[in-house]
Ligand binder design. Structure first.
Ligand SMILES: [Fe+2]
Ligand SMILES: [Fe+2]
Length: 372
């Protein structure tokens, strides 16, 4: 029992009589709320996830090694997943987000399947990767990302003419499992036919400021499916040149569903942010879980007082309500961070809250109290 000597909080001393009473209650599959109230209703969010930096230079060789050890047929998917050490109950990178690094060689193909979990795929290296979602084939290059929304048939492959590809998968598996709503099906034909012109969805729905005449779409996720790096980076640079950056995020743009400007999928959101050379953001914290991938450049993030130095292709997480600030250590090149998050869920449920750090000029002190 966690007791707190504060008015309005549970503060009941154990007595032999009460302990006997608790025993009796548990025999009836019940319990006294005051024995758990302070734990289940914390004053503020208590993330079980801890901040982690996964260095690509440590992981790349391990990911490639899986190609020698298991076949895609036997493994289903060759993925090395991020396992947050604070989580023992579920396989999660942070919060209720699962993520991992998948490798595929030219000519390989994963079995077509569908599930209740929603997914994104962010291409890290290699050429010739493609994904088919409900008959729409998307060719994928470095730093492109593609959606495989819940319930859609999808399969991933690398063309014979391509090179070994590594990408980051990100899914809401822990969340959907927590909701006890996850289904998984293998396609009856193990593969799905391509039924439309290649890249039709991004060519139809991905034109800035333009929507197709007569185009209709009523599904709960973006019809764009693929978001290309070239256009994203161009947009970030244009925005950065035209508006003051956010003190907390630099120049940040959210990926949206072009139908309603909402998130790309109902449970997972994504953004890309640019930190100008030498930029140091101020610290803030907010609800929601965030998994970052360094797309370009080098710098650092201070998360709950701990500094993590990152470089291109590293992945790191910011748990819910953790203080965080970012810095670009180059005085010449910009740094760009891709972020996968659960903001659509947090916002839809009215759970979003944000706070800026007021002390020390808006910057955290690291554990040794040195300047960041
Ligand atoms: Fe899948
Ligand atoms: Fe933030």
């Amino acid at each position: 029992m966690t007791r707190e000597d504060v008015v309005g909080r549970a503060n009941v001393e154990d007595t032999p009589e009460l302990l006997q009473y608790y025993d009796e209650l548990s025999g009836h599959h019940t319990g006294a709320l005051w024995t758990v109230a302070n734990k289940i209703e914390p004053w503020e969010p208590q993330s079980q996830s801890v901040p982690v930096l996964w260095r690509y230079q440590d992981l790349r060789g391990k990911v490639l090694r899986s190609v020698e050890l298991v076949t895609p047929e036997k493994a289903g998917r060759r993925v090395i997943y991020f396992n947050n050490p604070g989580r023992t109950d579920v396989s999660a990178a942070v919060g209720w987000i699962y993520a991992g690094l998948q490798v595929m060689h030219p000519g390989e193909k994963a079995t077509a399947h569908r599930h209740s979990a929603s997914a994104i795929r962010f291409i890290m290296e290699g050429t010739g990767a493609y994904t088919v979602v409900d008959g729409h084939k998307m060719t994928l290059g470095r730093n492109d990302f593609v959606l495989t929304p819940n319930g859609t048939w999808h399969e991933h492959a690398v063309e014979d003419t391509g090179t070994p590809c590594i990408w980051q998968d990100g899914l809401d598996i822990p969340f959907v499992n927590a909701m006890e709503a996850n289904f998984f099906e293998v396609h009856p034909d193990l593969s799905e036919p391509v039924a439309y012109p290649v890249d039709d969805m991004s060519k139809t729905w991905g034109n800035p400021g333009l929507t197709p005449g007569g185009g209709t779409w009523d599904k709960g996720y973006s019809p764009m499916f693929k978001y290309e790096w070239g256009r994203t980076y161009e947009a970030l640079q244009a925005y950065a040149a035209s508006a003051e950056p956010s003190p907390f995020d630099g120049t940040l743009m959210e990926y949206v569903n072009p139908i309603n400007n909402g998130p790309v999928m109902k449970t997972l959101g994504a953004s890309m942010q640019l930190l100008a050379p030498g930029m140091q953001t101020k610290a803030h914290r907010h609800t929601g879980s965030y998994l970052y991938q360094v797309v370009k450049g080098s710098g650092y993030s201070v998360i709950n007082g701990q500094r993590f130095d990152w470089t291109e292709r590293d992945t790191f997480c910011v748990p819910s309500w953790a203080w965080h600030e970012h810095g670009n250590t180059s005085d010449r090149d910009d740094a760009v961070l891709f972020c996968l998050n659960d903001l659509p869920v947090i916002r839809a449920m009215g759970l979003y809250r944000e706070e800026a750090l007021g002390d020390n000029g808006g910057h955290q002190l690291t554990a040794d109290q040195g300047r960041i």
